[in-house]
Write a protein that binds this ligand. Structure first.
Ligand SMILES: Cc1ncc(COP(=O)(O)O)c(C=O)c1O
Length: 477
């Protein structure tokens, strides 16, 4: 496959000078007089350029980029699936996009019904009893879930004692960050030699100081924690709670659920499992689901249905942790997730799960002779391989793939495998694309070192110095 990304020396929007420029009107003096002098600012200095220059600017930027509409985007753990266009169309309908967030409940019954239905769908899919759609990302869902655990422990007089959250070493970095931000001490336990939770390590770490054990299942190695009910017994037996990081829900949806496995709190990544274009930090939505005994702690508002059939926003939960986001959460992502679930139905969602797992295992079969795939070859939604046996660096291979017009997988995560690539194809890739990807990766492993290090050459930027880029950020706007 030949691929050449467009290259433009593109200025910032504010540096473009249009002949036919749009002029931002001067402030109306009468209106300005209504604003107290001490809070008036000098003006926003908005770019004054013609529409055609704006559209061309962003189109040129998009040509120097890669997205899910171009091809496979196998970033493990991120679940970058193709986003169906009908969901975007629904989210852009002006009946939704033009609704003012402070309009009264009586005027947005349709929107509230959608939120109410989504809460129910998520409860049903996860076997949880109540859901709040408030959090704006997976990480914020985690933080919210841990705040719920915190408030619950406080309500039963255990918070003073239970200050620790146990997390396995394969966890996503947001897990320990959320636990620490919510005021807990993080206790990391090593994985066992088969890559799953080490029950002995868990037993020795757990105590009456433990607030919760936080895991994802399948874990970040794509392995299903088969002893999850035993884990739940150990955790609950010590009086702690079990937290489910739902970022990997795409691997089990319709087949099993966190509720059935014994989890007490879960967050969903709507932008992953239920398709919303995301990346580079947004947009996202991380609803939280809980078992009944925790429902009074959920963030508000939750959408409820009155006896007369009307929907309303309930801000009055007895022990709520309060608000964690402005208004009602990320409404456009909520709409897309609702549309996605409604379109696929339970059987369609289950079929997607099966296809996602099948695609991953197809890649395992295609790659297992050329790469070492630790912890067995039966995976769920993603696989982690190491490039160590090829003598090549995962980073160099990733750059080689990009040069062929294939988005690279996640590299160097999880941390318990060296020189690793974490590959999650999702259900939205054809067998042909899986073969193209596998062939490209195998071809990367056979390149000589010198040529591998020269990539990328076909992109709008060459190899960047990643350490310098992270340490010496030069932002301008
Ligand atoms: C396993 C896992 N947990 C949590 C998160 C955090 O989700 P978000 O990026 O929506 O904040 C991610 C994101 O990649 C993840 O892969």
């Amino acid at each position: 496959m030949t691929y050449h990304q467009a290259t433009y020396d593109e200025p910032l929007l504010s540096e473009i000078h249009s002949d036919n420029r749009y002029k931002v009107p001067d402030a109306d003096e009468n209106l300005m007089a209504l604003i107290p002098e001490e809070i008036r600012s000098a003006g926003a200095k908005l770019p004054e350029i013609a529409e055609y220059d704006v559209v061309r600017h962003f189109t040129r930027l998009s040509q120097m980029n890669y997205g899910v509409d171009l091809g496979i985007y196998p970033l493990g753990s991120c679940t970058m699936k193709f986003n169906p266009k009908f969901a975007d169309r629904i989210a852009s309908m002006e009946e939704f996009s033009e609704t003012h967030p402070l309009i009264g409940d009586q005027n947005i019954q349709g929107s509230l019904k959608i939120m109410y239905d989504l809460q129910r769908y998520l409860s049903e899919l996860s076997d949880m009893d109540a859901v709040s759609l408030q959090p704006l990302a997976g990480a914020q869902g985690e933080y919210t879930g841990i705040l719920i655990i915190r408030k619950y422990l406080e309500s039963i007089g255990e918070l003073e004692k239970r200050k620790e959250i146990i997390i396995p070493d394969s966890a996503h970095g947001t897990n320990p960050a959320s636990a620490a931000m919510a005021g807990f001490d993080v206790v990391e336990i090593p994985s066992s030699s088969d890559g799953t939770v080490d029950l002995e390590a868990l037993k020795s770490a757990i105590s009456d100081r433990t607030a919760a054990f936080m895991i994802t299942n399948p874990n970040t190695l794509g392995l299903f924690e088969k002893r999850i009910t035993e884990i739940a017994e150990i955790v609950h037996g010590s009086g702690a709670l079990l937290y489910y990081d739902g970022a990997n829900f795409n691997a089990i949806m319709g087949i099993t659920s966190p509720g059935l496995m014994g989890f007490d709190v879960v967050h969903f990544n709507l932008h992953k499992t239920f398709a919303t274009p995301h990346g580079g930090g947004g947009p996202g939505s991380g609803p939280v689901g809980v078992k009944k005994f925790l429902s009074e702690f959920l963030p508000v508002p939750v959408v409820e249905k009155a006896d007369d059939g009307r929907y309303f926003l309930n801000y009055d939960l007895r022990n709520t942790i309060g608000k964690v986001a402005p208004y009602y959460g990320a409404f456009s992502t909520i709409l897309r997730a609702w549309a996605y679930i409604t379109y696929h139905g339970y059987d369609g969602l289950t079929e997607n799960t099966v296809r996602a797992v099948l695609n991953t295992n197809y890649l395992v079969k295609r790659l297992q002779n050329d790469f070492k795939i630790p912890f067995g070859t039966l995976k769920k939604h993603e696989l982690v391989l190491t490039t160590e046996n090829t003598g090549k660096r995962a980073l160099d291979m990733a750059k080689f793939l990009i040069d062929l017009g294939i988005h690279a997988p996640t590299v160097y995560f999880p941390l318990n495998v060296h020189e690793d690539m974490m590959i999650e194809p999702t259900e939205t890739v054809s067998r042909r694309d899986l073969d193209v990807f596998a062939d490209a990766l195998i071809s990367a492993s056979k390149q000589d070192d010198e040529s591998l290090k020269s990539h990328p050459v076909n992109l709008s930027v060459g190899r960047i110095d990643e350490v310098k880029a992270a340490r010496q950020l030069k932002l301008h706007w």
